[in-house]
Design a protein around this ligand. Structure first.
Ligand code: C2O
Length: 577
C-alpha cells in the first residue's frame, strides 16, 4: 500500500444562490466507519480502532466557508466521540465532541452525524476521538484551503503534503490507561513514534519499505502541514539540510518565520514552506521528543520519513538518507525561541485586532498533584505517597460528569451535573515554580471537582497560565475548544503582573488554539467569548487529562438569535445506554 495515499473525501459542491453574494460555499459530506483494523507495526500484528480502515484516518479536505457533514458509525467495541480540533463551531457546539462535556458517547453500534461550518480559518487542523485514549489511533487531518477567488498570503506552493506525528503502543492503549488509572499511576510509555502512521527506519519494523516518503521536484516549493497527534509527547521536527518557513499555526496565518527546527506540542499544527533546493539525494524528516520534565521515563528514539529527490538512473549503490541533528531532548531554550518568536499576520482576512479591555481576568495555576487514593477498600495507590497521581487548574482537579454532558445540563437547566464556581485565582498564593515545594504535603493534595467558569456572551477573557512545581515543573500544551486565543506573552518563573504585562504583544501576537506553557513558567492568553456553549480547556497531554488538568468556559447566550445556541440535533446521542 502506498504510504502516502490520501483518502479522498466525498465531495459534493453545492452552489448556494446567495443574492448579491460573490461567495460560493460547498458541502463536504463523508462517512467515518470506526471499527477494528489489524495492522503490522514493529514486527507485530496489532488490532486497533481505526476510521475507514486506515491509520491515520481520512483527511477531511475543505475550502474555507464549506459546510461539513460527517456521518460517524461506531462499529468499534468502545464508546466514541469525535472532536474537530480547532474548529470554531459557531452555534454548532453539539458537534464539538468532547465526551461528557458537550455530548454523551456514541455507543457501540450507534451513529451520530456531526454538522458544522468551517468558516473564518484557513490552514491545518485535525480531528480525533475525544473519549478515553481512543485518539491514539482514531485521528486524521483537516486541510482547509482558501475559498474560490481567495489565495494564500504566500507563494503558491507547487504541492501540499500532510505530516502527522503520532505515537504507537505494542498493546491496546485503552487497556494500558485503564490499568494505570485504577492504580493511580502514569500509563506505560509508548513503543514508537510515527510519521503518517509509520515509525520509520530507526525502529525495527521488519519491513524496510514501510516508511513515509515524499518525492520532491528540485526547485519547487512545498507546503507541509505538520500536525502533532501524539498522546503524550511534544516533538522537535527537522528535515536534514533544509530550512523551513513557518506561515501558519493552528489554522491561523503567521508572519513568515525562518527556522530549521519546528516544535509542536500535542494538538498543535504548523504549516511550513519547504523549497527543494538541495542536491539530489535522500533526506530524512525526523522527530523526537522535547521532554521538559526532569527525571521522567520517555522513549528517546527518532521517527523518520524520507524526502526524496529524483535519483540518477542506473544507481546500484544503496543511498542512505542524511539524518538531521535534532536538539537535545531537554533543549528548552530552542523550544522557547521557536514558540515565542511566532507572530500573527495582521493583513490576514481573518485577523481581528486584540481586544484592549478585559472583562474576566484570571490567574490559573496548572500542574500536577495528588488526589486521595480513596475507593471502597483501596488505601494504597501507586502514586507518590501511596496516593493517586492527579493534576489540576487552580487546585480544582477536573472530573467528567457521568450521567449527562455539561452542555446538556446547561441547555436543559439540569442541576447537580456541574458547578459554576471555578475560581479566578489560585486558592493559595505560594512560590509556584519553586521546586523545593515539589513534594510539600501541604500543597500537593487537590480535590476532584466538575467546576466551570461562567462568562457573559462577548466578554473578553484573559488567562495567565502559571505552571506549578508540584511533583515537577513541566511544559503543558493547553488547548481551548472553540476559539483561537492571542498569546500575549510568555516567560519563566512566577508571573509578575507589574513587569510582565509590559511585555504584552497587543499588535500582532500569534493566534492559536493550543499553547505550550513554558516549563516552570507562564503564558498569557486573551480571547473574545463570542460563541455560546461549554468550551473545554485542558492539557493536551493525554496522561494529564484524566488526572484532572481541565476545566471549561461556559459562555452564556447573548439574547439574540445570532447569539443563542440552537437545540441539539434529533440524532444527538442519548446518555442512557
Ligand atoms: Cu484536541 Cu479537547 O482536544
Amino acid at each position: 500500500m502506498a504510504a502516502n495515499s490520501m483518502f479522498a473525501v466525498g465531495f459534493v459542491l453545492a452552489l448556494f444562490s446567495l443574492s448579491l453574494s460573490t461567495a460560493s460555499a460547498g458541502i463536504v459530506e463523508t462517512s467515518f466507519h470506526v471499527k477494528n483494523l489489524t495492522v503490522n507495526r514493529l514486527c507485530k500484528n496489532q488490532v486497533i480502532t481505526a476510521v475507514n480502515g486506515s491509520l491515520p484516518g481520512p483527511t477531511l479536505k475543505v475550502k474555507e466557508g464549506d459546510a461539513v457533514i460527517v456521518h460517524v458509525f461506531n462499529k468499534s467495541p468502545y464508546n466514541l466521540t469525535i472532536h474537530w480540533h480547532g474548529v470554531f463551531q459557531k452555534l454548532s457546539q453539539w458537534a464539538d465532541g468532547p465526551e461528557f462535556v458537550t455530548q454523551c458517547p456514541i455507543r457501540p453500534g450507534g451513529k451520530y452525524t456531526y454538522r458544522f461550518n468551517l468558516t473564518g480559518q484557513v490552514g491545518t487542523l485535525w480531528w480525533h476521538a475525544h473519549s478515553s485514549v481512543l485518539r491514539a489511533t482514531v485521528y486524521g487531518a483537516i486541510v482547509i484551503r482558501p475559498r474560490d477567488g481567495h489565495k494564500y498570503p504566500f507563494i503558491k506552493p507547487y504541492r501540499e503534503d500532510t505530516i502527522m506525528l503520532g505515537e504507537w503502543w505494542n498493546a491496546n492503549p485503552i487497556d494500558i490507561t485503564k490499568a494505570a488509572l485504577a492504580n493511580g499511576t502514569a500509563p506505560a510509555i509508548s513503543d514508537a513514534f510515527t510519521i503518517n502512521g509509520w515509525p520509520g527506519d530507526m525502529f525495527n519494523s521488519c519491513r524496510p519499505s514501510n516508511i513515509y516518503k515524499l518525492d520532491v521536484v528540485p526547485g519547487k516549493t512545498y507546503l507541509l502541514r505538520i500536525i502533532n497527534a501524539a498522546l503524550d509527547n511534544q516533538f522537535f521536527f527537522k528535515i536534514a539540510n533544509h530550512n523551513l518557513t513557518v506561515v501558519g499555526v493552528d489554522a491561523a496565518y503567521t508572519n513568515p518565520y525562518e527556522t530549521d527546527v519546528v516544535v509542536l506540542g500535542p494538538g498543535q499544527t504548523t504549516d511550513v514552506l519547504l523549497t527543494a533546493n538541495q542536491s539530489p539525494g535522500l533526506y530524512y524528516m525526523a522527530a523526537h521528543p522535547y521532554v521538559s520534565a526532569a527525571g521522567i521515563l520517555f522513549n528517546g528514539n527518532t521517527t523518520t520519513a524520507i524526502l526524496a529527490y529524483p535519483q540518477k538512473k542506473k544507481k546500484t549503490t544503496k543511498t542512505t538518507p542524511i539524518l538531521p541533528v535534532l536538539p537535545a531532548f531537554n533543549d528548552t531554550p530552542t523550544a522557547f525561541t521557536f514558540s515565542s518568536n511566532l507572530t500573527g499576520l495582521v493583513t490576514s482576512p481573518f485577523w481581528s485586532p486584540v481586544p484592549r479591555t478585559v472583562d474576566e481576568n484570571m490567574l490559573v495555576t496548572i500542574g500536577l498533584g495528588l488526589s486521595a487514593c480513596g475507593g471502597s477498600n483501596q488505601t494504597v495507590c501507586g502514586g507518590i505517597f501511596n496516593q493517586r497521581m492527579a493534576a489540576s487548574m487552580n487546585n480544582h482537579s477536573f472530573a467528567l460528569p457521568t450521567s449527562m454532558s455539561i452542555l446538556e445540563a446547561f441547555f436543559r437547566n439540569v442541576s447537580g451535573v456541574y458547578t459554576a464556581d471555578f475560581p479566578d485565582q489560585p486558592p493559595l498564593v505560594f512560590d509556584y515554580t519553586n521546586t523545593s515545594n515539589s513534594f510539600n504535603p501541604g500543597l500537593l493534595m487537590t480535590p476532584k471537582r466538575t467546576s466551570v467558569k461562567k462568562v457573559k456572551f462577548n466578554s473578553t477573557v484573559q488567562v495567565v497560565f502559571q505552571n506549578t512545581a508540584l511533583v515537577g515543573i513541566e511544559n503543558h500544551p493547553m488547548h481551548l475548544h472553540g476559539f483561537n486565543f492571542y498569546v500575549l506573552a510568555q516567560g519563566f518563573g512566577n508571573y509578575n503582573p507589574a513587569t510582565d504585562s509590559k511585555k504584552f504583544n497587543l499588535v500582532n501576537p500569534q493566534e492559536r488554539n493550543t499553547i505550550g506553557v513554558p516549563v516552570g513558567g507562564w503564558a498569557v492568553i486573551r480571547f473574545r467569548a463570542n460563541n455560546p456553549g461549554v468550551w473545554f480547556i485542558h492539557c493536551h497531554l493525554d496522561v494529564h487529562l484524566p488526572w484532572g488538568l481541565a476545566t471549561a468556559f461556559l459562555v452564556e447566550n447573548g439574547g439574540t438569535p445570532e447569539s443563542t445556541l440552537p437545540p441539539p440535533p434529533a440524532d444527538f446521542p442519548k446518555c442512557s445506554s
